[in-house]
Design a protein around this ligand. Structure first.
Ligand SMILES: Cc1cc2nc3c(=O)[nH]c(=O)nc-3n(C[C@H](O)[C@H](O)[C@H](O)COP(=O)(O)O)c2cc1C
Length: 411
């Protein structure tokens, strides 16, 4: 009897030792997730004419697991929201239809799929804008970034949105969210990170407004919270997430007090009862170096009452640690999920994790730098042709020089 109990105890201990925190189930609102490894939103620039293409069926279903949570690449909400070629949109009926088979494929494998809603704001160029007008932003301050050879302006000078125009942009987010649901997505993630329009309102390095959308922290957060409210009213707060990068300074969009900004947002979001808040850790907002979990998001994690997702430079061990220690409920993986479509399985069986192959990254970037020069100086509407070395199966990825500046490599 004694030895039987001892054996049982040993087995129990072994089971506990074998538990991989990232692979434990998690209930996120109405969604029963089978594990905590999230596919981070990743711009692929493979959507010809702002329409997602059928090859995305393969890309997303390869990364789908039964009960896994995936966030689609940043998806443009309106014509003024464009700033990169071959990114998908969600403002037209045609785009909604084009998303449907991709969403269906993810659902067929049991995945939970959210669409990331994106407006680039001033990270754009006249050529992307209706009637060649100036890109819109919280400010009229232009970005200083130039292409590597400095030959032409990468971004056009923006036009500061008039106060009375702001409700229209909020409404565009609302309509895009409705469209995403019509396309079959389970919910939406509002893209408030990495220096795009919402971030351009949030951060005091950029926002120099004197109306109720600028100045104080409360005023700078107003635009994002109005979007959250409109989207939540439209599709239900239980289907809404937001992504923020308070510590980031991508696209010259930094803040003098990121802790206060992140904390204010975390608390304010609670009033809207949204499903999740995803925050990007400081370590990969621009550093390109791997370091320990800095715990800089802990106050926001504690303050936010919904599901908290972290991302930015995580691997297997620190992802497990983040979950085990309660730093996050879920961990979003970007580059590793690109290079390892079966990432959850590799984590489970401790299989070798392919890095994102800096050599390929470099080659792809060089190729894209010339493509990007074109893209920024005149919008190319030619259909992209992908060589076999850039097939979707191999986990390699293309990137604009901007993305490379921002995310670099962490190896
Ligand atoms: C090629 C590429 C495309 C990206 N596209 C997006 C995007 O569309 N939306 C977004 O919020 N973040 C985007 N990111 C950021 C990633 O989601 C992620 O936060 C970042 O890569 C850091 O996480 P990681 O270290 O796991 O890759 C992109 C990153 C890369 C490398």
């Amino acid at each position: 009897m004694e030895s039987c109990r001892g054996k049982q105890q040993q087995e129990e201990e072994k089971k506990n030792n074998d538990i991989i925190p990232l692979l434990t189930p998690y209930k996120m609102g109405n969604f029963n997730l089978s594990h905590r490894i999230v596919l981070a939103p990743l711009t692929r620039q493979r959507s010809y004419d702002y329409l997602p293409q059928p090859h995305a069926i393969l890309y997303y279903s390869q990364r789908t697991t039964n009960g896994g949570f995936l966030i689609a690449e940043a998806t443009v909400i309106s014509e003024t929201g464009r700033g990169y070629i071959h990114t998908p949109g969600i403002w037209s009926k045609e785009q909604v239809e084009a998303w449907k088979p991709i969403v269906d494929a993810v659902h067929a494998k049991g995945g939970i799929f959210f669409c990331q809603l994106w407006h680039v704001g001033r990270a754009s160029n006249h050529d992307f804008q209706p009637k060649g007008e100036a890109p819109i932003s919280s400010t009229d301050k232009p970005l200083q970034e130039l292409p590597a050879d400095g030959t032409s302006a990468l971004f056009s000078s923006p036009r500061r949105l008039r106060t009375e125009e702001i409700p229209q942009i909020v409404n565009e987010f609302r309509i895009a969210a409705r469209n995403a649901i019509e396309a079959g997505f389970n919910g939406v993630e509002i893209h408030g990170a990495y220096g795009y329009l919402i971030d351009q309102f949030l951060k005091d390095q950029v926002n120099d407004r004197t109306d109720q959308y600028g100045g104080s922290l409360e005023n700078r957060c107003r635009f994002s919270l109005e979007i959250v409210e409109a989207v939540a009213n439209e599709i239900g707060a239980d289907r809404v997430g937001i992504r923020l990068s308070p510590f980031g300074d991508c696209l010259e969009c930094g803040d003098s007090n990121p802790e206060a900004l992140g904390l204010y947002m975390a608390k304010a979001l609670n009033k809207h009862g949204i499903l999740y808040c995803s925050m990007v850790d400081k370590r990969t907002t621009k550093c390109g170096k791997k370091c320990d979990i800095p715990q800089n998001l802990l106050p926001m994690r504690r303050a936010f009452s919904g599901t908290f997702i972290v991302g930015g430079g995580y691997g297997r061990e620190d992802g497990n640690k983040a979950v085990a220690e309660g730093y996050a409920d879920l961990v979003a993986y970007g580059r590793l999920f690109l290079a390892n479509p079966d990432l959850p399985r590799r984590f489970e069986y401790r299989k070798k994790i392919r890095s994102h192959i800096p050599r390929i990254w470099k080659a792809a970037t060089e190729e894209n730098q010339s493509k990007n020069k074109l893209m920024r100086t005149r919008t190319s509407l030619t259909k992209p042709s992908y060589s076999s070395s850039h097939s979707l199966e191999d986990g390699q990825f293309e990137s604009s020089s901007y993305l490379q500046n921002c995310f670099g490599t962490i190896d």
